[in-house]
Design a protein around this ligand. Sequence first.
Ligand code: ZN
Length: 129
Amino acid sequence: MRIGLRRKFLLAVQTDAEAVLTDKVWNTRCLHCRARLQVRDDGEAMGHCTLEHVVPQAWFGERAAKNLCSLVGDNADDARNLALACTRCNHDKGKSHDARGPGDARAIEVISTLFAKRIARWRDVNLPA
Ligand SMILES: [Zn+2]
């Protein structure tokens, strides 16, 4: 796996209050369905663990998504916008809400709720610069 992607997995898991590191493996749960997920301490995802952008990357720069994007400093890869999700949930979200776009009120509502869930699980850590 690419170094950049591993780094994002680590950002997501280190700032996830539900993640616990045991024997060099992070254990946490899917942001959506709470399925168990694992990431190695070097950032390599295990099993069906995927990296999710809570506010979809494609929404950045869209006027209708301006408020959501500003919550993460207009940076899709801000740690607050990164979460771990199982393959199925990430795929389903991408095909439904993300694809409908920020012009869709229901999509905005779903992504806003998901962002609140992510922030509720936020853990402050000293992140390397
Ligand atoms: Zn899931």
